[in-house]
Design a protein around this ligand. Structure first.
Ligand code: FES
Ligand SMILES: [Fe+2]
Length: 475
């Protein structure tokens, strides 16, 4: 494909841009990938106070968390009537229950008697019986039974059904909000909601799920996954096949931003290496790493096809290997899937704490949950796998909790050693980011104008909630 004359942009990495890679794709790419969406942002330093201050965390709990849509569960965690999921965030506990008609209700997880949590664990149940004195509700939230009814005559005629929380189902994700007035999830999220449609997310299942406590603020932890350019220092093993500096950063509306980082290309930081090197290193990374990929490619398989001068050749060959591998593994036809959608890293973030990637390969999903102090959080990592063609969607695997004193590598049998190592590299920074921020003399951080624009955008939206500009007043 002919590419338009390259326009030099002094504010971008001088290497090939992601959009140019898309234009050279071996298949047509969806319009939503080609669209670039940046905006003029301030380059002022960012204060560290929001990351370290208990007062700020309280403002988040009061003004932000109850007023946004939150990823509470995957439908594959609760496929059958009577299945429940306990979702806890900050000091709130929510109980999601699959109904007989397959709809999902979410309740405040507290007994109306003396407030005990009705359930502390997810799992199936015939009804919701409080373990303290036995008040019992039906799974639809209507009151079933009060033991020693004679002592509660004063409740007769009073509505004792469990209060509900708003629920919406989207692409197999169960979203909840405590705010009855904000727009529905798809409108609230904006155009990115449609980016998920080609990839059959409803039919995916949670095939890998780990969580771990991280000694850093939830925002600092989330932001460590908002830009690719830390790879140069943090993940040097990825540079032979990761277009870190070629990445695109897009900001769309208040509640969505994304980075797209190409795979199967040599990092602009590496000089003097050819396409064989890219293939070899990517194979080394994904070889045996069956939790994440099936894209091994042996250049010797296609002897005539190898032209070391095409800077995207390895990418094209790896994508072709991916198409074939996925077709064998899952039984679907990927022949029209673009190289980008087979290979690339789509770190999509939905404000505030939810990052479900898109694409055809098993996709990562991150969720960050704040701790009881600003100095720690919990990070969850899942992989959503396509349900093999003709099979029933499997139930989600149980979440594996990694002990506080163990690295992600402790769960290497679940995550794959190479992937676990990448997260351990990120984790190697985070506790020192948290303590370092408290030490910064100026109390402010200096961010890159483009590659860290998502961090700035994330803060901009958060501050709109803190200042009361969001959620927007009801019309
Ligand atoms: S607190 Fe639930 S029955 Fe008493
Ligand atoms: Fe990283």
């Amino acid at each position: 494909m002919n590419r338009p004359e390259k326009i030099a942009r002094p504010d971008r990495c001088p290497a090939m841009s992601y959009t140019e890679m898309l234009e050279a794709d071996t298949r047509p790419v969806p319009a939503f990938l080609l669209e670039e969406s940046t905006r003029e942002m301030s380059t002022e330093p960012i204060p560290v106070d929001p990351y370290i201050s208990e007062a700020f965390a309280r403002l988040e709990r009061e003004r932000m968390w109850p007023n946004v849509w939150l990823f509470a569960a995957r439908e594959d965690e609760m496929p059958d009537p009577g299945d429940t999921v306990v979702f806890e965030i900050n000091d709130k506990s929510f109980l999601l229950v699959r109904q007989e008609d397959m709809s999902i209700r979410a309740f405040y997880n507290a007994c109306l008697h003396r407030g005990r949590k009705l359930r502390t664990k997810s799992g199936p149940t015939p009804n919701l019986r409080c373990p303290f004195h036995g008040f019992t509700w039906n799974n639809d939230g209507s009151l079933k039974e009060i033991p020693c009814q004679w002592d509660f005559r004063h409740l007769e005629g009073k509505d004792m059904s469990l209060p509900q929380v708003r629920v919406e189902r989207w692409q197999g994700f169960v979203m909840i909000t405590e705010n009855p007035d904000i727009p529905g999830f798809v409108e609230w999220l904006g155009p990115a909601a449609s980016h998920y449609e080609p990839y059959d997310f409803e039919n995916r299942y949670t095939g890998m799920w780990v969580k771990k406590r991280i000694a850093a603020n939830w925002k600092a932890t989330a932001e460590a996954f908002m830009e690719a350019w830390h790879s140069i220092a943090t993940h040097p093993q990825l540079l032979p096949f990761l277009g870190d500096a070629n990445s695109r950063y897009d900001l769309i509306g208040d509640h969505f931003n994304r980075a797209i980082t190409p795979s199967g290309v040599l990092s602009p930081h590496i000089k003097g290496k050819d396409q064989h090197f890219v293939l070899e290193k990517m194979n080394e990374f994904s070889g045996g790493n069956d939790a994440t990929t099936n894209r091994r490619f042996n250049a010797a398989d296609e002897p005539g096809a190898f032209d070391p001068d095409d800077p995207l050749l390895a990418r094209k060959l790896l994508a072709e290997a991916g198409r074939k591998g996925f077709a064998e593994q899952y039984g679907y036809d990927y022949s029209n899937a673009s190289d980008a959608e087979i290979l690339d890293n789509f770190t999509y973030n939905i404000f505030p704490n939810f990052s479900p990637w898109i694409g055809y390969l098993p996709t990562l999903v991150y969720r960050w949950l704040p701790g009881t102090t600003p100095d720690w959080c919990t990070m969850e990592i899942r992989l959503l796998f396509p349900t093999p063609k003709g099979q029933k969607r499997p139930r989600a695997v149980e979440c594996t909790v990694i002990p506080d004193d163990q690295p992600f590598a402790w769960a290497a049998d679940k995550m794959g050693a190479a992937l676990a190592n990448v997260f351990d590299q990120d984790l190697g920074n985070l506790p020192h980011v948290q303590t370092g921020m408290k030490t910064l003399k100026s109390g402010r951080m200096e961010l890159g104008a483009y590659q860290e624009s998502r961090v700035r955008h994330f803060h901009e939206t958060l501050m709109k909630y803190i200042r009361g500009e969001l959620p927007a007043a009801k019309a």
